[in-house]
Design a protein around this ligand. Structure first.
Ligand code: AMP
Ligand code: GLY
Length: 438
């Protein structure tokens, strides 16, 4: 009998997951904590959202899942993983898909992740883990002048990573670590790697893993990769920088070691693992380096990868849970996808004046063939759409190539606007691969 399942999270990533689970013959109904108002638009199956339940309200989530006889919960969001959602749901006898709190430390503690990386021999930037400002000052004093990244070790909503162009700036950024509270008590000083970024996603069952796909994010708020860092303004997939040879190295030099290492250190990893990597040039060779790991799908990377998975997502989740992932053959549709984030003007800083402004054109844009719209900060009142956050919605275009996918996404975006000229989006998502293809 088809079952009730639940997802923890509320953004575009979880919208893509709702869309995929809804296509499963094993799923009858989906609950989402907290979810968003556009999720129901992607499926005819009932989707119930809980705007008043936060992703870290684990006891409330467990109670509701018991009450609603939920069969399986996909713990999709980082704070939920770090709060031990998988551990608590499992204790309550509910199937929870995602890493335990211990396995998720690879994301919620960057210092632990880098020490683990050293133990298992990963290629990563030279770095120093600091537990006080004094320790950082003493370290920087004896380093030659160079560019660094200063990073809070804990979760800081994607804001805890600060670039510094030289040692003087590094000292200033070190002083800012205290702004992140507990998350910044331990911090990292990493040498700045030059190269091209990508991210790769795998399904892991504790012992084995299967590759799913890769993407290339665009983190800066403005075109030409300028302005403040954001959670991601758009992605393309697959990223052409990852040649067959490089992808093989990603597997043998990074993923094999990580999954084996986590299992050997008694924190077997179950769920989706996100590798944030950088292709670095060494002499005339290209080599993948580790920038970070996340214990979940990326957002907006999920929006370009999940729609291309041809297997039933419920079956995949059950295989992860049972430790059977190697019995499945993960198939993807081979299409290229581009996602463009539509955000409130002012994001990632102050966008308060955009709250409650009307958003026009989403329905029309979603009717274009080869286009999907996923919501995040959108409220629906009387079938009209209103802004209710910084990251408003995502447009996903698909095609045979990144050029086609990009054209679809921007055709749809051209139909959308936010009252008072308050929509912001980047116009150059996928530019590296468009240039390569041209
Ligand atoms: P993270 O949250 O660790 O992914 O860092 C956010 C972004 O900062 C990454 O996507 C990279 O663009 C950049 N970054 C972080 N660490 C480094 C590094 N050591 N070298 C170069 N870029 C970095
Ligand atoms: N788009 C980056 C992330 O999900 O962390």
């Amino acid at each position: 009998m088809p079952k009730t399942i639940a997802i923890i999270g509320g953004g575009g990533r979880e919208s893509a997951l709702v869309d995929a689970y809804a296509r499963s013959k094993s799923v009858a109904r989906i609950l989402v904590f907290p979810g968003n108002d556009l999720m129901q638009a992607n499926t005819k199956k009932p989707v119930k959202t809980y705007p008043y339940i936060k992703t870290t309200d684990i006891s409330k989530i467990v109670a509701e899942c018991k009450k609603e006889k939920v069969f399986l919960v996909d713990v999709a969001q980082d704070n939920a993983v770090a709060s031990g959602a998988v551990d608590e749901l499992s204790k309550a006898g509910i199937i929870a898909v995602g890493p335990t709190k211990l396995a998720g430390q690879i994301e919620w503690d960057k210092a632990w992740a880098r020490e683990f990386g050293k133990r298992i021999g990963l290629s990563q930037p030279a770095l120093k883990i600091c537990r006080s400002k004094k320790e950082a000052e003493d370290f920087l004093k004896i380093q030659k002048d160079q560019a660094w990244f200063i990073k809070a070790a804990g979760l800081a909503e994607g804001k805890g990573v600060l670039p510094a162009r030289n040692n003087k700036e590094a000292l200033e950024k070190v002083a800012q670590m205290q702004n992140f509270g507990v998350a910044g008590e331990v911090f990292l000083i990493e040498s700045w790697l030059e190269g091209e970024e990508f991210s790769t996603y795998v399904f892991c069952d504790g012992k084995n893993y299967q590759m799913v796909g890769s993407a290339q994010d665009h983190k800066r708020i403005n075109d030409y990769d300028e302005g403040a860092n954001t959670g991601g303004m758009g992605c393309s997939s697959p990223p052409l920088v990852l040649s067959r040879e490089l992808l093989k190295l990603v597997q043998t030099e990074i993923l094999d070691k990580v999954i084996k290492g986590l299992s050997e250190e008694k924190r077997p990893y179950k769920g989706v693992l996100y590798l944030g990597g950088m292709v670095v040039k060494q002499g005339d060779q290209l080599k993948p380096y580790v920038i970070e790991f996340n214990a979940r799908w990326g957002d907006p990377e999920a929006q370009v990868i999940v729609p291309g998975i041809k297997n039933d997502l419920f079956d995949i989740s059950m295989a992860i849970y049972k430790g059977d992932i190697s019995k499945l053959k993960i198939k993807t549709d081979g299409k290229a996808r581009v996602v463009v984030a539509g955000v409130s003007k002012g994001y990632p800083l102050d966008y308060s004046k955009v709250k409650d402004k009307q958003v026009f054109g989403l329905d029309e844009a979603g009717k274009i063939s080869g286009v999907k719209i996923y919501g995040a900060g959108i409220k629906v009142i009387d079938n009209k759409h209103y802004a209710s956050g910084g990251r408003l919605f995502y447009i996903v275009g698909e095609g045979k190539t990144v050029i086609e996918a990009r054209q679809k996404a921007y055709e749809a975006m051209s139909l959308i606007f936010v009252e008072g000229n308050n929509l912001h989006y980047r116009t150059d998502i996928g530019w590296r691969d468009v240039e390569r293809l041209r």
